[in-house]
Write a protein that binds this ligand. Sequence first.
Ligand SMILES: Cc1cc2nc3c(=O)[nH]c(=O)nc-3n(C[C@H](O)[C@H](O)[C@H](O)COP(=O)(O)OP(=O)(O)OC[C@H]3O[C@@H](n4cnc5c(N)ncnc54)[C@H](O)[C@@H]3O)c2cc1C
Length: 341
Amino acid sequence: MKPHACEFLVVGAGSTGLALVDHLLRRDVGSVTLLDTLNSPQAGPTGTRVPLLAPSDPQWDLCVRRSRELYEGWSDWIEIDPELRRCGALLPEANGLLPLQGVDSARRWSSLQPDGPVCMHDPAAATVDSISVAAALLWRIRKAGGNFFPTTCLSSLVETSDGVDFTAGVREGTASHVFLCVGSESLNWLDRLGVRHQLAHENVSTFTLQLSDDLPPIIYWGEERALLFDRGDGLHDLQLIGSFEESTGALPSVDWNRYASFRDKWKDWIPQLDDTETLKASARIQISCMGTPSAIASAGGRIVFPGACGEFSPLLFPALAEMTVESHLAGTTGGLLEDLA
Ligand SMILES: Cc1cc2nc3c(=O)[nH]c(=O)nc-3n(C[C@H](O)[C@H](O)[C@H](O)COP(=O)(O)OP(=O)(O)OC[C@H]3O[C@@H](n4cnc5c(N)ncnc54)[C@H](O)[C@@H]3O)c2cc1C
């Protein structure tokens, strides 16, 4: 097989990789190749809606604004509606200017008890069908002439002064620039390449529950890193984010103890938590949220990781992708080699 040569290689066709390729193609800056281990890209849980939440830290404000603009513009330029629904989110114990007392929340959502916590209400929070978003982006990439190699796993990257030599599946090649969008695998790649970063893996336990509709569509406990939302298919998901114990071959695990104490803590406010049946439980790994939105690059600047934003990633990935491409093209993404001594 002839060695593959391209200007930009994007590894990983999850939401971040797809948005990145789309932006590169719109900028028309050279040939783009996308590859993924899987046959069809995955963009989260199949057939359910994911919540779009914004971090409260002001460093993210610009990124939040840009992501909302991109989402809102998508139905025009993507020609497929990503089914964005602005439903608002209730944020227990958050500090804000317009708090809702427990009794106000209970008046609005009859499944909440009036003696609950003071909450903020974020009217801009929304949900989106993640599969529609991924399908729409992939459709646009195909239409714009991007190259997509499915079932092709990246196994090596070597940065030289002329480019980046790579091996992916049975293919070998050289790219001028590589964007690493391989989800939770990205940190392992950065470590292997000796790139300094301060990100960590986190464990996300998800519990699927049957709750009534008289609940806020999204409740987000920021301090506790817990999230309860209506999946749009008659069920709710409760996500509990915690630390992940790194060790070779470590796998994510369902945190049943935390689930029990969370239900116990909040059952007086949401009585259904006490008696609902748990229909499904699963665990996955995600990368923690960066302090500020910025891409991370290798020492030579040719291998770029767009960064991560934990539970805010379903909202922020389009702006992160755009920002990564723009800062890379402007030559402002730098990198540091880990001091291996
Ligand atoms: C099973 C699952 C359930 C999820 N559930 C939720 C949820 O309920 N709510 C929520 O908000 N988010 C959820 N997510 C996370 C969310 O969908 C995205 O994963 C997140 O937005 C980050 O996107 P990403 O593109 O950075 O990474 P990912 O979506 O993880 O995409 C990374 C891609 O890189 C590919 N890849 C990895 N290694 C290689 C390699 N060596 N070579 C080639 N390709 C490679 C993978 O196959 C994958 O397609 C879930 C993700 C998964 C996988």
